[in-house]
Design a protein around this ligand. Sequence first.
Ligand code: 3HC
Length: 313
Amino acid sequence: MQTQTTDSKEIAFQKRIDAGDKIEPKDWMPEKYRKQLIRMMSQHAHSEIVGMLPEGNWITRAPSLRRKASLLAKVQDEAGHGLYLYSAAETLGISRDELIEQLHSGKAKYSSIFNYPTLSWADIGAIGWLVDGAAIINQVALTRASYGPYARAMVRICKEESFHQRQGFEIMNTLANGTAAQKKMAQDALNRWWWPSLMMFGPPDAESPNSTDLMAWRVKSDSNDTLRQKFVDRVAPQAEFMGLRIPDDQLKYHEETESYTFGTIDWAEFNQVIKGNGPCNKQRIRARVKAHEDGNWVREAALAYAEKHSKTA
Ligand code: 3HC
């Protein structure tokens, strides 16, 4: 039987993508597709795990038992999101140890947004409202991704993100309608988290080296700028409803397009943060490395138990 050449396999693969098929772990896929997905999915998983740090910082300082319980549930959800996504990435033939080593060594990225400090309780509201709000827009699009395990992980993650966004919005709305000091705290948090939230969607389309491949393979269904615009159009009216001012003098609503135009993002800041020079990059990686080392005994015990019981089974 004539073996299919790689070219004919790639043509058949692209036909499956164009037909809207889901690619499963055991299916043939171009090495470039596999590598792209490992890059994107692992960085998504790293983002979920590192994202627990800025929020975890406020669990012991939440202003009420209700707020503490809600934040605890959210941070716990993020750990689960990280585990789903690491497991989904492993279906592409990379081990958990390799993924963790890539994060700790700086080879792999995680979302820029988590390299900013959480300075007040209002930051927890701003993160839920803006960061999880941005994640929902990005992740709903990913529920249509061509790689089956990724798309399916997104379905459950999006349901939990909706709770995250709602609890964040409620914190911000409560503060914005509270005392003058509370409203000032909410405005200060919005001032610090607004532009980094826009950066979450990635560089401008013209400077996105991965988007062309990812869109041709139907991993991404919308471009960075399209999703960023969707976010601004959704969140700007929410800020207005709360009586908070978005820190962008050029933000302007256009009736005819029912959409906003906005100011220029500081891409120099973005590039510095993703190069590791953000306010908290070193602190975040130090915390992750320490947590991994502190958890070594758990991994050793679990492996010893599994080995002992596999012999007696
Ligand atoms: N932070 C860090 N790095 C970023 C970034 C960001 N916000 N945006 C882009 N980059 C990096 C890319 O990784 C790429 O570098 P690499 O090639 O070395 O990996 C480079 O900048 C160029 O960007 P591209 O636009 O070409 O990269 P992508 O096509 O991968 O687009 C993305 C970037 C939009 C983040 C895309 O990877 C994506 O949608 N990822 C899945 C979603 C995700 O990871 N979200 C992160 C937040 S998770 C979260 O918010 C948790 C929630 O519970 C709060």
